[in-house]
Design a protein around this ligand. Structure first.
Ligand code: URA
Length: 231
């Protein structure tokens, strides 16, 4: 089907009318050249339905489950990771493997509850084979879903775990060790780059200046800012 034909198929009123019992996958533009405009979705539910049948990039052919996100839909804090790994692909839930368990502990260390205080998602909703970094085209194809999630959840603070999350959301290509712990304003939103928990698993040093120590500094900074913006 040509891009033009897809464009004409992509009628927002029809999309808005789709329900869980009535997903119309043919209405999702399968070419990433076809935009999904801001305001397309009125809740997370149809985003999830569409991600689960999405073929906007080739990751749609190899996924078991799309991993759309989970947590409090009114959370003040949104965490954006890179892409699902094997455990996430199998379960359809973000950050449930070893890195996810460490992320839970990091959140707990500043009394943040993953279910209550946070919404967790990823730049890419489908697992790249072999856990490779998603390509620029894959990131671009999936980005409208993320932008809609951010618009609907409207978090006070966005945490970006690792360089792929920072680049995927803001376009900032600087190395994560350079920019972690510093606030970035993106689209009027407060965003904080932090190290990816998987990096901490590979480099578990707790020494001053080491990855775990840096994470502890950064998560305390985030907690303090959250208390400030919520007070
Ligand atoms: N790593 C990520 O970036 N996201 C996940 O959901 C799991 C591991």
């Amino acid at each position: 089907m040509s891009t033009e034909e897809q464009m004409s198929l992509f009628d927002q009123s029809e999309l808005a009318a789709s329900t869980s019992a009535n997903v119309q996958p043919e209405l999702i533009p399968t070419s990433a050249a076809v935009p999904i405009p801001s305001g397309t979705y009125d809740s997370i539910v149809p985003i999830a339905e569409h991600c689960n049948v999405c073929q906007r990039c080739d990751l749609g052919t190899t996924r078991t489950h799309a991993v759309v996100g989970e947590g409090n839909l009114n959370a003040p804090l949104m965490i954006i990771g890179e892409a699902p790994g094997q455990n996430e692909d199998e379960t359809g839930r973000p950050f449930v493997g070893k890195a996810g368990q460490l992320l839970d502990k990091i959140l707990e260390s500043v009394k943040l509850d993953r279910k209550k205080d946070v919404y967790i998602t990823n730049i890419n909703k489908c697992r790249p084979p072999g856990n490779r970094v998603p390509t620029t085209d894959e990131v671009a194809a999936c980005k409208p879903y993320l932008l809609e999630q951010i618009r609907l959840i409207d978090p006070k603070i966005i945490l970006m775990t690792g360089a792929t999350a920072v680049k995927g959301l803001t376009g900032d290509k600087r190395g994560i060790t350079k920019i972690r712990g510093t606030w970035i304003e993106w689209e009027g939103r407060l965003c904080m780059p932090i190290l990816h928990p998987a990096y901490l698993l590979r480099n578990p040093s707790r020494e001053q200046g080491g990855p775990k120590w840096l994470m502890w500094q950064d998560i305390q900074t985030v907690r303090a800012k959250l208390d400030e913006v919520l007070s």
